[in-house]
Write a protein that binds this ligand. Structure first.
Ligand code: SF4
Length: 882
């Protein structure tokens, strides 16, 4: 028998193929087998030995009764070494302090020096203690030896891995096709090193996940105020919060940062919170009022509110006249069709509520803010939905005001203040369709947001060729629309992706389809500078530093790139002459004042955060006067009042605007005003044949028009303890939430004869309108348990994401039992966790609910016109009781 057949047969026996999930297959693993089986066997794999990993491979051989675990002894925190760093269990990047005893992280708490979160961190943040010692993490490089996706692996050394990476990338460079090397990452926070590497080798093909996350929101902010990928609402001082589709009590770019200030604003300052959401989220449930519009109609509600404010004279005429590029009389004409009665017919929200809330909001001006998140913008019309909501802040004159809609500046690690080591490679001027698709001109105009959900389609249709595909913290098969079909089909196809190297902490679904697996360091074991928009309105920088060194042979991806660049030699190597990522970061900190330490790097290592006290508060920066030096050699456009100066490239660049005889900084839009009318949006839309006059009109979602009574809109959401593919392997988090039934409105369920706990079948359909494969035809079906509730719009179904994983270990896949039935473990590398052996009580074989469902598999790819944002919440579906 061939080794491969032997391995497959062994694995089938081990999984008990053909038996029910609750059966207890028994078998013997032949210890003389060359091929080892199971995640646990990874820890003892010798160089050159092979291993088989396949879906469900972490399943226990036998059902074991839940065992009692010995009571834990409290840690003696007085003995702990305390090191500040930065959390990355979600994108909020809170400052943390790690407590390390005997080389193990035993506790994580908030870093009081962090201006945003201070001492507060969430459950996900605290769960970080389980990450470094995860018994099923990858501990050395693995090379594929079977067919791709078959799960057969051989342990290799780093020298072999680096040599292969350098050889394959070097081949592309030698053939003059550097763009056939791509790096595709999820949430990385090392994009500066990634960009440096790609600039050094001459490839522009860096793919990210922004189009699956926040593209429309960011685009709306840039179109309106020309700045700030994310607003910074001054929630602590506000009187009124108008929330369109943000579940910030659970998940948000500034989850803890924003939430703690909202709570203070509400309970110390008497602020009112009104939430529009199709579902009674934990944010909606904690609001003063929850209203459920039909999905994608948030823009209609906002425009009707704007009209109400204008009609009632409850708006800031001075701000509108001085600081926007559209006069009040023009705005009144634009808003005329958007009556509250029309909005009621469109959204289902009562006209009297729209009017009442609009006036309540307006009468709190300027200490009021209307804001959004994915609920309003992950739609076909999301760009205009969000622009309409931001407009409410302009009408209230709350932009940049205490308690108002604010935004920060300098929210990135600015290379001027944090210089990378020299020489730096020049920025590339080349582009390809893969990372810069011409059909979506707003995707990359203001920020590199790409259109990631289309990447696999472009590869399949050969609109782009790749030889080397490097993935880093990317969960595309699990977390992307059509992930288990299109993404997996392309990842498996060696003609489309001849070589795939995947850096990850655990054996993920992406790693399963790699050729080379690179064991990554966790965010608690690596370096980096980080920052977020400051809710105290003064830019800051935080240092991510290792609390403990990476175990076994784990290496952070930044260090992998440094090593590969060195091996490539020539131009690539010359930009990577520093020792490692630590030295790179040390160099970046050289302008940070030393304070009470030897230098800026040591200061950040000790305190974790540096805030530049000389920087003025960023709130209301648009009204800041230009300095005498800024005005030197500046020119004014008499027609518009826009002030320009020659930039570094000699071209005139707007730097401000004259307002009331004062030269002020203004907004970073072409007019330096808040742009109600965006010529940029109009021009870019025209390029791709989309009619748009630049005003934030309400555009219906084509797939939702005339929706038959038996069709619904399927949406997904995040719980506070999960972050897409990242958290399911963490036992404390999966213990709290491991099940994601389908929410169905009680009246709808009655009509369909569905009760909580029933198994239902959901069938999804492709979109309609000006988007990808807009055929309206059936896409796929999934069976899922029903949860009947009053807390959802009657035409909407919803299930959480982040669950239903095929890999990631016992906590993620809900498989109680030993790490492996294979050969013994090497406890020196990563010790077994007795809790994972015996306390995964949500295992179906223990009568638990299992690991949940992955509905992304049946969600269609649907990029919004012009921007390319994935329209997560537009999917039309039907449902029936099985
Ligand atoms: S909000 Fe995010 S970054 Fe902050 S502690 Fe929680 S998981 Fe970590």
């Amino acid at each position: 028998m061939s080794r491969r057949k032997q391995a497959r047969r062994s694995a089938s026996r081990k999984r008990g193929c053909g038996s029910s999930p609750s059966s207890s297959p028994s078998f013997e693993v032949d210890r003389r087998d060359f091929v080892k089986i199971g995640i646990g066997a990874l820890a003892s794999l010798g160089l050159g030995e092979t291993i088989l990993l396949a879906p469900g491979e972490t399943a226990a051989a036998e059902t074991k009764p839940v065992q009692q675990v010995a009571p834990k002894t409290p840690h003696d925190y007085a003995r702990a070494k305390r090191t500040p760093s930065v959390c990355l269990n979600c994108s909020t990047v809170c400052g943390i302090v790690g407590y390390v005893i005997d080389g193990r992280v035993v506790k994580l708490a908030g870093n009081p020096a962090d201006p945003n979160n201070g001492q507060t961190i969430c459950a996900k943040g605290q769960s970080g203690v389980s990450i470094n010692v995860y018994p099923e993490r990858l501990v050395y490089p693995l090379r594929r030896v079977g067919r791709r996706g078959e799960g057969l692996w051989k342990r290799v050394g780093w020298d072999e891995a680096y040599a292969e990476l350098a050889e394959r990338i070097g081949k592309c460079l030698g053939e003059g096709v550097p763009e056939q090397v791509a790096i595709h990452y999820g949430r990385s926070r090392i994009s500066d090193v990634i960009e440096r590497f790609m600039n050094a080798i001459g490839s522009p093909v860096i793919l990210n996940h922004r189009a699956l996350c926040s593209l429309n929101k960011r685009a709306a902010n840039y179109a309106s105020i020309g700045d700030a990928d994310w607003e910074t609402v001054d929630a602590e001082r506000t009187k009124y919060l108008l929330n369109f589709g943000s579940n910030f009590y659970e998940a948000h770019q500034g989850h803890i940062h924003f939430l703690k200030r909202v709570i203070r604003g509400r309970f110390d300052n008497g602020a009112k919170l009104v939430t529009f959401d199709v579902r009674l989220s934990n944010t909606a449930g904690r609001s003063d009022e929850w209203l459920a519009p039909f999905p994608g109609t948030e823009g209609a509600v906002a425009l009707a509110m704007a009209r109400t404010m204008i009609d009632a004279g409850e708006f800031d005429a001075e701000f509108l006249t001085k600081w926007t590029n559209y006069r009040p009389d023009q705005l009144k004409r634009f808003l005329k069709p958007y009556t509250p009665a029309w909005a009621e017919r469109t959204s289902g929200v009562a006209a009297r509520d729209i009017e009442r809330i609009a006036l309540e909001f307006a009468r709190c001006r300027p200490a009021c803010a209307a804001f959004t998140n994915r609920g309003s913008h992950a739609h076909y019309n999301g760009l205009n939905n969000d622009r309409a909501v931001i407009l409410l802040n302009a009408l209230a004159g709350s932009i940049g005001q205490p308690g108002g809609y604010c935004y920060g500046e300098g929210e990135r690690i600015d290379p001027l203040h944090f210089p990378p080591p020299e020489p730096s490679p020049p920025k590339l001027k080349t582009r390809t369709d893969l990372e810069d698709p011409p059909e979506y001109p707003l995707a990359n105009l203001w920020q590199k947001m790409k259109v990631g959900e289309l990447a696999y389609d472009y590869l399949q249709r050969k609109r782009a060729l790749l030889q080397v595909y490097l993935t880093y913290t990317l969960g595309s098969p699990t977390t992307w629309p059509e992930g288990r079909s299109l993404a997996v089909a392309v990842l498996k196809d060696e003609r489309l992706i001849p070589f795939h190297a995947c850096s990850d902490v655990v054996y993920s679904e992406t790693a399963h389809y790699a050729d080379l697996i690179l064991p990554d360091a966790t965010y608690l074991e690596r370096w980096g500078l980080d920052t977020r928009n400051s809710y105290e309105f003064r830019p800051y920088v935080a240092l991510r530093q290792p609390l403990t060194p990476p175990p076994a042979e784990c290496v952070s991806f930044a260090d992998v790139l440094i090593q590969v660049a060195r091996r490539l030699g020539g131009d690539a190597a010359k930009y990577f002459s520093f020792e490692d990522h630590e030295e790179y970061v040390r160099h970046q900190c050289r302008n940070v004042p030393p304070g009470d330490c030897a230098d800026g790097f040591e200061y950040l290592k000790k305190h974790g955060v540096w805030i530049d006290p000389r920087r003025p508060l960023s709130r209301g920066a648009f009204a800041r006067p230009l300095t005498r030096a800024q005005l030197e050699d500046a020119k004014t456009d008499d027609a518009t009042g826009v002030i320009s100066r020659a930039g570094a490239n000699g071209k005139a660049e707007p730097i401000g605007v004259w307002v009331d005889g004062q030269a002020l900084q203004g907004f970073k839009t072409p007019s330096r005003k808040f742009e109600i009318l965006s010529s940029t949006v109009a021009e870019q839309s025209a390029k791709v044949g989309v009619e748009d006059d630049g005003l934030p009109h309400y555009v219906p979602v084509p797939a939702h028009e005339n929706l038959p009574a038996d069709r619904f809109v399927l949406t997904t959401f995040k719980w506070n303890v999960h972050t897409q593919a990242r958290t399911a392997p963490q036992k404390y988090l999966s213990e709290i939430v491991h099940d994601n039934p389908l929410w169905i409105n009680a009246a709808t369920a009655r009509r369909l004869g569905i009760r909580s706990g029933d198994l239902v079948e959901v069938t999804t359909y492709r979109p309609k309108g000006n988007t990808y494969r807009a055929t309206g035809e059936k896409l796929g079906s999934a069976r899922i348990r029903a949860f009947v509730t009053e807390g959802i719009h009657p035409r909407v179904l919803a299930a959480s994401n982040s669950l239903g994983q095929l890999f990631g270990g016992r906590a993620a896949t809900a498989t109680n039992g030993p790490r492996s039935a294979g050969p013994g473990y090497d406890e020196q590398l990563v010790a077994e966790d007795p809790e994972l052996e015996s306390l995964v009580w949500w295992d179906r074989r223990e009568h638990g609910r299992g690991a949940g469902y992955n509905l992304n598999a049946i969600l269609p790819i649907q990029p919004a016109p012009v921007t390319g944002m994935q329209c997560w919440f537009d999917t039309v579906c039907s449902v029936r009781k099985v």
